[in-house]
Design a protein around this ligand. Sequence first.
Ligand code: HEM
Length: 277
Amino acid sequence: MTKPYDPAEDGAQMSFDGRMSYGDYLSLDMLLNAQKTWTNTHDEMLFIIQHQTSELWMRLAIHELTAARQHLLGGKAHQAFKMLARVARIFEQLNSAWDVLRTMTPSDYTAFRDELGQSSGFQSHQYRQIEFMLGNRNKAMLRPHSHRPDTLALLEAELAQPSLYDVALKALAQKFPLPDAVLNRDVSEAYVPHEAVQAAWTEVYRDTETHWELYELAEKLVDFEDYFRRWRFNHVTTVERVIGFKRGTGGTGGVSYLKRMLEVELFPELWHLRTEL
Ligand code: HEM
């Protein structure tokens, strides 16, 4: 009989008393103890893990977007491009994840939905931070966080600084004069599209050779928004499939609210200019 394979003979580490292991490095005790279910229903674990993994990917998206904005501000466009490409891939990952959640039927979900109380992804502060970072700013969205001063402070701090799109417009302004109303706007408010911005981006697309870096920036932003739109669409479709037209646990009209959010344009002029080319 052949001797059973022993990885230790190949040099595999087998002893971790007082030494860093995989679980230590990744804080797995903490991570894998965080799936607290509130019912004995089978699908609640899927629902929790789907949300938690989404929050983890959002955490990374915030990390990347923070660095991308910083690089863009510092004139290091190429470093920013690399990060923006990664954020688009993160959203691709989040988009694929809906396929797992879609296996949960209305009957499966109804079995534990009441236990959610009024909790909802609507209160995801990381999601709101991502929207604020990109430029979709609405102070009304701060209110669900007023019971958590630390979270509120984080979101308010985000609103106090220029969004990724504001920073992109600063880069655009280095080549094309843009009005004061755009460059020195109150960045805590929602961005209002401006025809001078659209005219400038249109020039970039008409002469890509001359404006290659801005062109690449614009396409990175559009690419990312494309994935983000798919996320919103996948979400609303899954929601309709699972709860129909019931109101959301967070109190909105549910599908009607989410359909309205499909109209959000993060980088409006970059979409509108396409009609002009
Ligand atoms: C069966 C699964 C799901 C259902 C039925 C559902 C339902 C809803 C509904 C109805 C809303 C509108 C707010 C409300 O009134 O509650 C909402 C918002 C939201 N959900 Fe979900 N959701 C599901 C899965 C997910 C997952 C996996 C995530 C990932 C984190 C997520 C993240 C969000 C976010 C971020 C919002 C706010 C969107 C915005 O304000 O534009 N949802 N969800």
